[in-house]
Each structure stands twice: as C-alpha cells, then as structure tokens.
Design a protein around this ligand. Sequence first.
Ligand code: MG
Length: 391
Amino acid sequence: MKPEPYVPQRFAIVHVAAGEGSRLRASVRKGTVMLAGRPLWWHGAHAAAALLPAAQVLVLHRDDLRATAEEPLASWLREVGLSRVVAGGATRQESVQAGVAVAGDADVLLIHDAARPLVSTAAIQRLLQALAQHDAALLAQPVTATLQEIDAAGRIAATPDRKRMRLAATPQGAGAALLRDALTAAARDGRDFTDEAALLRHYGVAVHVVEDSALNFKITTADDLRLARAIMETPRSGFGFDIHRLVPGGPLRLGGIDVSAEVHLLGHSDGDAVLHALIEGLLGAAGLPDIGEHFPDTDPALRGIDSRALLARTLEELRSLGHAPAQADVTIIAEKPRLGPWKAEMKAALAELLALPLDRVAVKARTHEGVDALGRGEAISVHALVSLKPA
Ligand code: MG
C-alpha cells in the first residue's frame, strides 16, 4: 500500500474558475478551456487529490454549472474528488467567498486559481507544511527578469531590486478561521482584493512565502495556453493509408497537383490518394473516426470533389480541437507514371496545404518492383505518417 502523504492538518481546497477569461478568447470562459483532454480546473484538483484533502470545491461561472451534472464533466469531477461545485460571484473575492462557504470544517483552507493547471503536488505539500507553522502562506516565484517601473509617459522611472520581489502564485492559504474572518471583514468594509495574500495582510495577518516553480504560470492569454499545451500534451502521430485503381485518361490528380494526362485514379472524389492518406493520418492522430465516416462516398455532395477541400475541412476540425499539423512523411507506391520528376512540386503543394515549412514535409516515390497488382500498374497506394502540435 502507498504510504499516506505527510500533510500536517486537515485541509480543504477551493478551485476558482469563475472568471470570464476575456484575454484568452472573447467567447471562452476559463472554466471551459481544455488542456490535455481535461478542463483547466481538473489539473490543479488532480495535483491536490494526491494529498487527500478533506474537501475539494470548484467555483464556476453560473452559466457553466448545469453541464457539471452531465457527462463527461460529472466523471471528470469524480476523478479528482471535486465533490462540491458552486457558482461564483462578480469578483474573484466573491467567488472565493462562495467556495469557502461550502468548504466544510477543515483546519486550513487553500484557494487555487484554476488557470494555474501546472501546479505540482510537491508544491502544495510544501505550502501545507509551511501552514503548520505560519498563519498564512502562498506559493510565489522568484523574479528572473529585471523589473522596470515606468512613469505615465512610458519612461523608466525606477529599477526595483528584483531579489526583493516575488510573483504571487496560488494556492494561497491560511487557517480556516483567519481566512473566513478576513473575507467577512472585506465584505463588510466594501473592499475588493485580487488575492488572498493581499486580503490577509490588509487585516494584519503575516503571510509567509513558499518558493514555487516558474512552471506554475497563470494561463491568461492564448500564448499561455499554447505553452501549457506544448508542456502537457503528449506528442500525437497518426498513420494513413489509401489505394485507388488506376484507369485510362487524365488528368492524374495526386498530392494536390496534376501529374499525368494519360491515367487517373478512380474514386468518388478526385481520387487523390496522397491527400486521402494524409487525411486518414491527421484524423488518426486526433483520435477521430476515419475518412469514410467523415466524407462518405455515398454523399452526392462529395462527388468529384477536390480533395484539397476535404483536407481543409479536416484541418479546420483539428484546429477546433487545438491541433495543427507538425510534420508529414508520405510514401507513394506507383509503377506508372514515374513520379520522380514530380516529387518536388508535390512536396511544395503539400507544405502549402498543411501550412508547414518544406523541411517538415517529405514525399517519397517508389515502384512495387513489378510485384502483384501494384507492380502491374493497376493501382497506386500511399502511406502517410503525420504528427500534430498544439494549434
Ligand atoms: Mg481514397
């Protein structure tokens, strides 16, 4: 049996995900942003769950509350022991208050900003150990860049000593009674604080700093989210295969270009087996159903369609899931026509279609050495390996 982690007191943790997240994307609330297949808030709760909290509370925007009763959110909440979900208020402080109100009777309360999904279990444990000796504490990071204070005209006015500065992170916490009293006092006084450290300090509580890793950064902008995805999401790759029968009469559309006037590939669409293999690889890398399900050959709207349009639709679907192509490696097996003279043009066309630099796309062509139907030139087959990166 795994030994229980050393945690000095019974603690509860409130995850705040009620913000509008307007700097992230106009229409997206932070409570609904996905990272590595789970909502942002899941990750901090997962890190805390290893320390066996007495309660975990999630504070969401009121519009996001209803979906938590349904799948998959209900399962994701259970996975990390988030047993209480409440609606937040107009300010962060009101949201914290709403969460604290249902946090139960733990000795220590921690408040975590759900937009910091990369917080580690070890850092939360160090924070709890500090709270065994101090009334209040927060995770905070050293400042590595030189800080410049500017004046109203945008000129440098002062250079504060960065060694004396810290970036406040979360979780932040205190003895439960201290934090509840401070929140009540702030509500009574009509004061609004942007974090618990400032709130507690204002009401005379000394707040201890626990050193934290720079990885526990806050996701505020689209760039922050891209960075978090690059760290959290494991590489994705997909394999695609296609084969089409070769019949007389051109043009032969292959890899987005016309390579011959004598033969072409038979198909419901333009028969571009290279693009079809690429689409299969892209769909596979994203964990999506195959090309036949996406673009059925029984769909009359797809008759004779330019496969570049199918690829564009595939890329759009991937982008909506946060994926973009990172690399593509294509092998074409064709006895005829000989594709050697066309490889460079095809590579350039694929790079443009996939929005990749040339050194991220490879096009290889070979014969089938006269063996079987491929070797008799009755068909062309294509193998494609693709990998994805965060969009
Ligand atoms: Mg096909």
